[in-house]
Design a protein around this ligand. Sequence first.
Ligand SMILES: Nc1ncnc2c1ncn2[C@@H]1O[C@H](COP(=O)(O)OP(=O)(O)OP(=O)(O)O)[C@@H](O)[C@H]1O
Length: 267
Amino acid sequence: MGVIQVDGLVKSYGDVRAVDGLCFGVERGELYGFLGPNGAGKTTTIRVLTGQIRPDSGTVRILGTDPVADPLETRRCVGIVPEQGSPPSFLTPREYLEFVGSVRDLDPDTVAERTDRWATRLGFERKLETLHTDLSRGQQQKVMLTQAFLHEPDVVVIDEPLANLDPLVQEQVKQFLVSYAAGDNAVFVSTHNIDVAEEICTRVGIVANGELVTERSLEGHTAPRSTTSRASTADAGDDSLLEVFLEQVNETDVRDAPSLEQRGSDR
Ligand SMILES: Nc1ncnc2c1ncn2[C@@H]1O[C@H](COP(=O)(O)OP(=O)(O)OP(=O)(O)O)[C@@H](O)[C@H]1O
């Protein structure tokens, strides 16, 4: 069983079936990219995975926890960066990270050391004592990434990890995500950015209309392939990931067509 295991997941909002029988698994050592056009069901899946909403049916496990039955336990052992998540406007990064550290049962010295390390890595060390309300969106995203990794969780779930970051920081974050996953952890990222997924992911799943339409192991990455998904699995071949994406998504009756303009955005 994978450290993330999703089986038969269904979630509707009224008569909109946002997730429709989704099945996939993610193993340790994988950096798994969850790709799909607008409205495909990515954020809904992440919200279920991280215990923010309850599914209509299906089972979900992360590190053996059940985010539906025990969302607090899931959040204790998983790092999460939600879509458009932002740190509290009335706290500084240091205050917020101290708070997150105490909730995660870290001792203050460890929190201080990791806070300084991450602030230096991402270049916000001079903003540690500034209220979040006075930080840019990109600076707030750096704080959100820091809080997700503060307790060095075995699984991290990130919705659009590079959103609002400048190119230099994007490179650092990409390298960090690759090395973190390689350290026997699992990193699950939802993204529109096909180029980034192709560059850093060990495997991608393409979702359309709430269903996983294909998975693809990426050349040059050696993490184990899950055997648990019911989607067709394509080996890295001659087709680019963009071609696979368009082919799969065009075969499906998508609610919103994928926008090629998304390619290269948020980088
Ligand atoms: N709270 C909600 N109430 C009603 N419908 C919703 C709600 N949240 C999402 N939906 C609908 O569910 C579907 C899936 O949305 P979701 O946000 O999961 O997609 P997504 O793949 O994350 O899209 P995007 O890439 O645009 O962020 C969409 O049709 C969306 O309009």
